[in-house]
Write a protein that binds this ligand. Structure first.
Ligand SMILES: CC(C)(COP(=O)(O)OP(=O)(O)OC[C@H]1O[C@@H](n2cnc3c(N)ncnc32)[C@H](O)[C@@H]1OP(=O)(O)O)[C@@H](O)C(=O)NCCC(=O)NCCS
Length: 212
């Protein structure tokens, strides 16, 4: 279980702030997880969870002691748009599983998910001292895969034809990022967290030519 010290009240980014969930967020979870489009991207089952399942999921994943879950709030309005979490913390082996859902459609594709992911991964490596963050994603979820790759995750394996969706089989991809990779790609990761994505790191300036 995570000590409170390792579970901050908030983690601040440029576009988003991650905050610990409160009981009030249940109504947002109800809306997000009854949405068929969110269910299509996140569930093996065909169709959304029932309200009683959502309530159980909220109690366990968002409020439970066995996961580190944060609401994703847009800056500066503070509106909550989704949730991200670590589960299955394996302290002996320094690894954890990452999950994220932005439940508000109009918040997709605006960089919020990449930044929230970068903030969580940074927290895992710099504050929690972990070695590995892993996740799984359906192969048809191109937006998610793109966002994860942008943060530094790479595909390490796949469960072949693990899900039947939209009339065909799809693989489930297993992705991970390791702490040494994160450290060496830190500039890029910080750029996402600071809203500077797309820029290049400043090139070291050559020493002035000596006339001696
Ligand atoms: C997956 C998710 C967290 C990504 O967050 P996001 O804020 O929408 O994504 P971002 O804007 O940060 O990044 C998306 C990237 O994919 C690209 N992208 C957007 N739509 C895309 C699409 N349909 N296909 C491929 N790439 C796409 C964007 O251009 C962006 O890349 P770029 O910054 O290099 O241009 C969010 O969309 C979400 O929660 N979706 C619903 C639930 C879900 O899929 N959860 C993940 C389950 S594993």
């Amino acid at each position: 279980m995570l000590h409170r010290r390792w579970f901050p009240d908030h983690i601040d980014g440029t576009k988003v702030v991650l905050r610990r969930h409160t009981r009030d967020n249940l109504s947002d979870f109800m809306r997000w997880y009854q949405d068929p489009d969110v269910a299509r991207l996140t569930r093996y089952q065909d169709g959304p969870m029932r309200p009683d399942e959502i309530e159980r999921f909220f109690t366990m994943r968002a409020m439970g002691q066995d996961s580190l879950a944060m609401g994703i709030h847009i800056r500066p309005s503070g509106q909550i748009i989704g949730s991200c979490a670590f589960s299955q913390l394996d302290a002996d082996n320094g690894s954890v599983l990452f999950h994220i859902t932005i439940g508000e459609h109009d918040a997709w594709g605006r960089g919020y998910g990449s930044e929230a992911t970068a903030l969580m991964v940074d927290h895992a490596f710099t504050s929690l001292g972990l070695h590995r963050v892993a996740l799984s994603v359906f192969a048809f979820n191109e937006r998610a895969i793109h966002a994860y790759e942008r943060v530094g995750f790479t595909v390490e394996g796949r469960a072949r034809e693990a899900i039947w969706r939209d009339g065909r089989w799809w693989d489930e991809l297993h992705m991970s990022v390791l702490e040494p990779e994160w450290r060496s790609a830190r500039w890029h990761a910080r750029a996402i967290a600071d809203g500077r994505a797309g820029q290049s790191p400043a090139k070291p300036q050559p020493a002035p030519a000596s006339r001696e």
